[in-house]
Ligand binder design. Structure first.
Ligand SMILES: NC(=O)c1ccc[n+]([C@@H]2O[C@H](COP(=O)([O-])OP(=O)(O)OC[C@H]3O[C@@H](n4cnc5c(N)ncnc54)[C@H](O)[C@@H]3O)[C@@H](O)[C@H]2O)c1
Length: 255
């Protein structure tokens, strides 16, 4: 791994990744660290998050785990304070924490289920950016990458709350990008297609095969394929990219 003062894409940067105990967030935290960032791994699954931070450290990177519920605005503030106190600043944030929620058409969707998905997947991104932007401004600028989905662009029967939340994340990201572009904070949003992670654990094998076939590439994506894009957008290589929705979806949205 590159050290924080080395030559990686994120050398010398401090980053937080929410939902980093598993799947896509874990791969992003690992990739950030590989590229030289000091990484705060944030999640509500403490055992898995501690293991992610320990593995990064064992591989020569710099990482700490911090319990942080994305649906809690005070936890979002505390997470930023933790990063700044531990590593001196905050330059990069990836708001990735998300849940799938129940699977029901709109008229059958529970109100409690609706609020749960909106709280984590949409409000969580707002709470995150609201806390992160002042710290990134204080550090002299940086980048935020929010994890939406292909379902931030198109619908998916049985997932009204998820689709609404992810569409909301796309709009929220564009707005923040516009507001802070001149101050040096870039905000972009990625749209993964279906990625093989524990999030898909409740979908049966037959449905997963049908979903894989909806991607022109003919398979599900990997968390590492999403992480590569997120790291690029988080780095100075993407210095003229802000307010963009960038798909990483095996061609799903071409249909
Ligand atoms: N897997 C996919 O097919 C896919 C596709 C498009 C977008 N996404 C999005 O990618 C992101 C990551 O999903 P994944 O597939 O890696 O799922 P995952 O279930 O493997 O990981 C999600 C992580 O978020 C954490 N988390 C859940 N609720 C949280 C909360 N309130 N606060 C903090 N952490 C919380 C979980 O503990 C877990 O570690 C989500 O936003 C998801 O919507 C996933």
């Amino acid at each position: 791994m590159s050290s924080a003062t080395g030559s990686g894409l994120l050398a010398g940067k401090v980053a937080v990744v929410t939902g980093a105990s598993s799947g896509i967030g874990k791969a992003i935290a690992e990739d950030y660290a590989r590229e030289g960032a000091s990484v705060v791994v944030a999640d509500v699954n403490d055992a898995a998050g501690e293991a992610v931070a320990a593995a990064i450290t064992a591989a020569g990177g710099t990482a700490s785990y911090r319990h942080s519920d994305a649906a809690d605005p005070e936890a979002a503030e505390a997470l930023v304070r933790f990063a700044v106190e531990r590593y001196g600043a905050l330059h990069v944030a990836c708001n990735n924490a998300g849940i799938a929620g129940e699977s029901n058409p709109t008229a059958d969707y529970s109100v409690a289920g609706w609020h749960k998905v909106i709280d984590v997947n949409l409000n969580g991104v707002f709470y995150g950016m609201r806390a992160q932007i002042p710290a990134i401004l204080a550090a002299g600028g940086g980048a935020i990458v929010n994890v939406a989905s292909i379902l931030g662009q198109v619908g998916f029967a049985g997932a009204p709350a998820y689709v609404a939340a992810k569409h909301g994340v796309v709009g929220l990201s564009k707005n923040a990008a516009m507001e802070y572009a001149q101050a040096g904070v870039r905000v972009n949003v990625v749209g993964p297609g279906f990625i093989a992670t524990p999030l898909l654990k409740d979908l049966g094998d037959d449905l997963l095969a049908a979903i894989a076939a909806m991607h022109p590439i003919g398979r599900l994506g990997t968390s590492e394929e999403v992480a590569g894009l997120v790291t690029f957008l988080s780095s100075d290589k993407a210095s003229f990219v802000t307010g963009s929705y960038v798909a990483v979806d095996g061609g799903y949205l071409t249909r």
